[in-house]
Design a protein around this ligand. Structure first.
Ligand SMILES: Nc1ncnc2c1ncn2[C@@H]1O[C@H](COP(=O)(O)OP(=O)(O)O)[C@@H](O)[C@H]1O
Ligand SMILES: [Mg+2]
Length: 257
């Protein structure tokens, strides 16, 4: 029987490559015939639309599972794509979930409970987190085995990281003892920019081998593909972005040991 490994893709900074990484990793894993569930936990719904789900056509989303006792499997969607994968889509309604969850006693465990009955159906469950450290992210970290942290190689990259690391620590302490950092992923790496190298070096100095060897370059294909509702791997497998995410996926699997 399968029992999915659950990975939260998190960083409270926006625009660092969380959604791109979550979608690309899911697609690359699906291409390897792994059974993958992508949970879009950002009210902006970028992961859903980026993988080809038309959220406006759907009645139920993650929000309805969070707040309405609808089993998660009832909101599953299989977008049209070369490699079969399953998506729990999100919509702007989800923004209200944080407030609605707040009065609940076990408010941090809601997603964990929702995932439990479907965990045997998948090899991997990847959760795309919103750019905040609110209840949606805390629920994701509580449900996950590990967290993958994308970081843009820019000057302020390390700023705010200590906040994320301390949130991970407190979740580990009180809500999810097993949680660990899967890895830090350097994204939007620009070889022509000297600062990029300095920032990457700084991050590696701080985090050592917790940083993935694979670095994701800045690649225009990665910014084009979401508007086609395709991961970069489906959109242009020969692009440097697709190659990097395939390499990352291989490194990720190798690290599972
Ligand atoms: N390596 C990259 N090269 C070029 N553009 C990228 C790359 N990674 C992400 N992008 C683009 O940057 C923007 C932010 O990325 P996204 O993955 O949505 O970040 P987040 O989910 O952290 O907010 C998106 O428009 C995306 O298409
Ligand atoms: Mg995002």
């Amino acid at each position: 029987m399968r029992k999915a490994k659950i990975i939260a893709v998190a960083n409270q900074k926006g625009g660092v490559g969380k959604t791109t990484s979550a979608v690309s990793l899911c697609s690359a894993l699906a291409r390897k015939k792994k059974k993958v569930l992508l949970v879009d936990s950002d009210p902006q719904g970028n992961a859903s639309s980026g993988i080809g789900v038309n959220i406006r056509e759907l009645n139920n989303h993650l929000y309805h599972s969070y707040t309405g006792d609808i089993p998660l499997s009832d909101v599953f969607v299989n977008p049209e794509s070369k490699w079969k994968l399953t998506v729990v889509p999100s919509s702007i309604d989800l923004a209200a979930a944080e407030m609605e969850l707040f009065p609940l006693k076990e408010r941090e465990y809601v997603l964990k409970k929702m995932l439990k009955p479907v965990q045997d159906q998948f090899d991997y469950i990847i959760i795309d987190c919103p750019p905040s450290l609110g209840l949606l992210t805390v629920n994701s970290l509580t449900a996950a085995h590990s967290v993958l942290i994308p970081m843009q190689c820019e000057y302020f990259a390390l700023e705010g990281l200590s906040q994320l690391v301390s949130t991970i620590r407190s979740v580990k302490k009180s809500l999810n003892k097993e949680l660990f950092i899967e890895g830090l992923l350097l994204t939007m790496f620009d070889r022509r920019n000297k600062l990029t190298f300095q920032v990457a070096e700084e991050i590696q100095k701080h985090f050592g081998d917790q940083v993935f060897e694979t670095v994701i370059p800045r690649n225009v294909r990665l910014s084009e593909c979401p508007s086609h509702g395709q991961s970069v791997i489906e959109y242009d497998i020969k692009s440097s972005g697709a190659k990097a995410y395939i390499k990352l996926t291989n490194e990720f699997i190798r690290r599972q040991g």
